[in-house]
Write a protein that binds this ligand. Structure first.
Ligand code: SF4
Ligand code: SF4
Length: 282
């Protein structure tokens, strides 16, 4: 399996293609307004690309690095809230590079209705970020969700998020995708809930999870509410240990990459997100 995030192989790299601008979810830890080359975290990119530019970018880095085996879309917004761009990008890449693994990171809100086309364009790897499975927790993690053109908040929002994510996850498992569930460990918000989540995920058939620490960022709802600290390292280790006890495989080498990251995670062919301009033929 040539995917640096689904195995510990340091032989192959991935490229994130930032074609997805919009988002349909209000995560209280997210701020996509920053556009700093030195900032390394999800949601950050130097610029957005069109699908054709994404193909050129992929071709460029594949040529100079040689070891890029995965083309992923992970933002800076939500790929499945930008389905036209996401689908066009995957289709173009697969047409030119049939051997490349396609990978998607999603919040799961539009997942159930997308699983068929994701499979048909050749996406094999999907990461779903799920930060809670009970309504009281989910209400604290998010501010709103947009589903089928309607905005939900509060209790209704929580119901929509949980149902969408769970239905989408089950569909992924049924279709046989390589699935990873990301969970953001948020002190004081979902830390005491994560073990319950892990057990439920295991029951559903999930085998691989990535528990990542909250990266506190100014300008977010959490920051305004005083949630400004990442979890302690020992807290993170404890939850990861629990996941192992439950029988889940855990990812420990995640680098919380940018939406335009390039190379082997942690082996900084990363270019620190530096963007090498490609011109669009649009
Ligand atoms: Fe930000 Fe991703 Fe959450 Fe959207 S789904 S608000 S882009 S973290
Ligand atoms: Fe891999 Fe983590 Fe980076 Fe995603 S954020 S590409 S899972 S290392």
């Amino acid at each position: 399996m040539k995917h640096p995030c689904f195995s510990k192989s340091h032989e192959s790299g991935r490229i994130h293609l930032p074609v997805a601008k919009e988002c349909n979810l209000g995560c209280n830890f997210c701020n996509r307004k920053y556009d700093c080359l030195n900032e390394s975290r999800p949601g950050v990119t130097s610029r957005l690309l069109t699908p054709k530019e994404a193909l050129l970018r992929f071709a460029f880095y594949r040529e100079i690095l040689g070891n890029i085996s995965v083309a992923g879309i992970a933002g800076p917004g939500e790929p499945l809230a930008n389905q036209k761009e996401t689908r066009a990008t995957f289709t173009l890449i697969k047409q030119v590079y049939p051997d490349v693994n396609l990978c998607l990171s999603t919040n799961g809100i539009n997942l159930l209705e997308s699983v068929k086309w994701l499979s048909s364009v050749g996406v094999g790897f999907v990461t779903v970020t799920i930060n809670g499975i009970s309504e009281d927790i989910v209400e604290k993690v998010y501010s709103f969700v947009v589903k089928d053109g309607k905005v939900y908040k509060g209790g209704e929002m929580a119901k929509v998020i949980i149902k969408s994510q769970m239905d989408g996850l089950k569909a992924l498992l049924t279709y046989g995708f390589n699935v990873k569930v990301n969970i953001v460990l948020i002190p004081g918000i979902n830390d005491f809930h994560i073990c319950e989540m892990l057990e439920e995920l295991k029951k559903l058939g999930v085998s691989y999870v990535n528990i990542i620490p909250l990266i506190p960022v100014k300008g977010t709802v959490f920051w305004e509410r005083g949630v400004r600290k990442p979890p302690l390292k020992r807290q993170l280790l404890k939850v990861r240990e629990r996941a192992k006890e439950i029988g889940l495989k855990i990812m420990t080498h995640c680098k919380s990459c940018r939406a335009d990251a390039v190379g082997v995670p942690g082996k900084e062919h990363e270019f620190k997100g530096r963007f090498i301009a490609v011109t669009s033929s649009d």
